[in-house]
Structure formats: C-alpha cells, structure tokens
Design a protein around this ligand. Structure first.
Ligand code: NI
Length: 175
C-alpha cells in the first residue's frame, strides 16, 4: 500500500557523492545473516515492502525485476526486498514471494528494531494501518527503489512510478 509519498519533480535521482549506509544486520534465505558485506562487489536494487501488500509492492517489484533482467548482460545486479511487516513475513513466505519477480531478488527480515533502523537509514517510512474487523491490516510504506553501488553505498533512487526503463537508465548512468 502506498500513501504519503512526497511528490518529486523528477522520476529518479542520482546522489552525488554516494551516501554511505552504516552496517546493518538482517536475515534472509534459510536464516543466514545478511549484512552490508553482502552488498559489496555487486549492484543492488533495494525495495522496502511486504508480501501481503495488495498492489503497490507487486507492481514495484515487477518493475525492479524487469530492470534487473534488462541489466543482466551489463552488470552483476541483485535485488533485495526488505520486509516492513516482519510479523507476517516469515523467511518461508519471503522465499516463496521475492524470487517470483526475479530469481536474484532476496527477501530479508529482522526484528522490529532492526527493520526500523535500516528503514530509517534509507529515509523510508512505514506504518501499520488497522482495517475494519475481519480484514487483515495493511502497511503504508514509502515506495522507492534504492540503487546501491559495488561499495555498498547508496548511489541513486528511483521514485515510485518509475518504469523499468527509467530504472535501467538510472543504473546505467552510474555503472
Ligand atoms: Ni506495498
């Protein structure tokens, strides 16, 4: 679900110089620890979302997956889905969901504190939204694709609504 995204006049931006992301620790795959070191030596597209998201996350992750496919022959590009709903997003759930959009997208989760810390560093907002009885809650969240360079540093951002081609162009300009 998507709300409260601050409108920006450009579809994507490049950060100069890259912004260093401080060390973080999350969990992915079958329970392996995932840290900043896992990002080094590759380009990484990072998206914050959750597997129960009804519309925005699937659309954004499809865009991310298509961009990754397009870039396959040019660069080593991996994808990350960092869950803003770790209460429901188990590792099993993330493993079943994330690779659907591209085999190289890994779902990551962590404790509430760990997720909050990483999200804050990326300037990402998320908020649980209760709905009427009998309906599962939703999570409002910022919908941006972060572009991380080979040093694990934040190099660019593709805003919500970017097309796969816009994401590809943004990454190409950084390569
Ligand atoms: Ni979503």
């Amino acid at each position: 679900m998507f709300k409260r995204e601050t409108p920006t006049p450009v579809l994507a931006s490049v950060l100069q110089p890259p912004k260093e992301i401080r060390p973080f620790e999350l969990t992915g795959g079958d329970g392996e620890t995932f840290t900043l070191d896992n990002l080094r030596g590759q380009w990484t597209l990072v998206y914050f979302g959750y597997t129960y998201c009804p519309d925005v996350c699937p659309t954004s992750l499809a865009v991310m997956g298509q961009a990754m496919k397009e870039l396959e022959t040019e660069a080593n590009v991996k994808g990350l889905l960092i869950s803003v709903d770790p209460a429901r997003d188990t590792l099993e759930q993330l493993k079943a969901y994330a690779p659907f959009f591209h085999p190289e997208i890994t779902g990551l989760r962590g404790s509430d504190a760990q997720i909050l810390e990483v999200a804050t560093r990326y300037g990402t907002y998320y908020q649980k939204v209760e709905r009427e009885e009998g309906k599962d809650y939703l999570v409002d969240h910022t919908s941006r694709i972060f572009i991380i360079d080979k040093n694990g540093e934040l190099a660019g951002v593709a805003r919500h609504g970017s097309t796969p081609q816009e994401v590809v162009d943004r990454v190409r300009r950084l390569l």
